[in-house]
Write a protein that binds this ligand. Structure first.
Ligand SMILES: [Zn+2]
Length: 319
């Protein structure tokens, strides 16, 4: 790549974070729906990049489907600049909110393209680019997002999750993220969870995994737990083009096997029909934001259109 940002979905800074395991487990009530999936997206667009086919197939068989946008994708200056037609160094809080609003709208549209309802998009509204910092926080301090200047959850075209349930937003704290996740899993009792993989190159994606894993452990979750890969390292996906007739491949990049840190073949490969692959493409195209300096961004997102979707089961060994 000609740029050193994480590619594919729109987000921001790479930071390091250290996972901490929560091991508490509690009794689990019966599922509210016998077939219920929840797809967690660190940013609006990850859900279709990784799971559009899964969402389509679940809806087609009558399953309950919820998509949870953990952030609104409001932390990417080049995208805010693209949306507002301003130079990157001149975007301010209102421009990041405009980006946030647009990305929520796009996720709702994409879900409808897949056969779902816009109302099944749940927006947590935590800060894009700060999920790793929140996960690592040892004193549970309240963060203020540097781009929007917000310090509590929000959503602009619907109520954010915490406000819809509790009547007021949640402060940007580690305990808030975990609390919302625990509450959501307790309420929905999903039979399948999907979240970005721990090996992902983007810190928000790794932190999403850590938070969802910890919440699942806290509620004693016994359903299926799958991960999907967006910013695979050192490069991903292969083939690096839209190839609706081909499966994902592992390849060597500079002597290193990609994707890094994951078994290949993946433990779960879900075939997509040609029609499903085409609809996945349309759902990705619903996320259409010009990003200053990244002219190939849209093409990279669309390169996840294959004849299958692939998933890993990182928690299976620990059970
Ligand atoms: Zn993302």
């Amino acid at each position: 790549m000609s740029h050193n940002r994480p590619r594919v979905c729109l987000e921001s800074t790479l930071l390091f974070a250290i996972p901490i395991c929560l091991l508490a487990a509690f009794a689990q009530p019966s599922p509210t729906h016998p077939d219920s999936i929840v797809v967690f997206a660190p940013h609006p667009d990850d859900e279709v990049i990784g799971c559009a086919g899964i969402i389509m197939q679940a809806l087609a068989r009558g399953a309950q489907v919820k998509v949870v946008a953990i952030t609104s994708g409001d932390g990417f200056p080049a995208a805010a600049a693209g949306v507002t037609h301003k130079p990157v160094d001149q975007v301010g809080p209102d421009d990041f909110l405009a980006l946030s609003r647009l990305r929520q709208t796009e996720s709702r549209t994409a879900l409808e393209i897949l056969g779902g309802r816009a109302a099944d998009l749940i927006v947590f509204g935590y800060p894009d680019s700060d999920l790793g910092n929140l996960y690592d926080s040892t004193d549970d301090k309240v963060f203020r997002q540097q781009f929007t200047k917000k310090n509590e959850t929000y959503a602009l075209i619907q109520k954010d999750y915490h406000t819809s349930v509790h009547g007021k937003p949640a402060p940007y704290q580690r305990s808030s993220v975990l609390g919302d996740l625990v509450e959501l899993l307790t309420t929905l009792q999903p039979t399948e969870i999907y979240v970005t993989d721990e090996t992902d190159g983007h810190i928000d994606h790794r932190a999403a995994f850590w938070f969802v894993r910890d919440a699942a452990r806290q509620v004693g979750y016994k359903g299926a737990f799958y991960t999907y890969l967006v910013h695979g390292l050192p490069s991903w996906p292969f083939p690096p083009e839209i190839t609706p007739n081909l499966r994902f491949e592992s390849r060597k990049v500079d002597g290193e096997v990609a994707p890094r840190g994951l078994p290949w073949p993946p433990p779960r490969r879900v075939p997509l029909t040609r029609e499903q692959a085409q609809r996945k493409l349309k759902s990705i195209q619903a996320h259409n934001i010009p990003v200053v300096g990244l002219p190939d961004h849209q093409k990279e997102m669309e390169s996840f259109v294959k004849s299958e979707e692939v998933f890993w089961t990182p928690l299976a060994r620990s059970r």
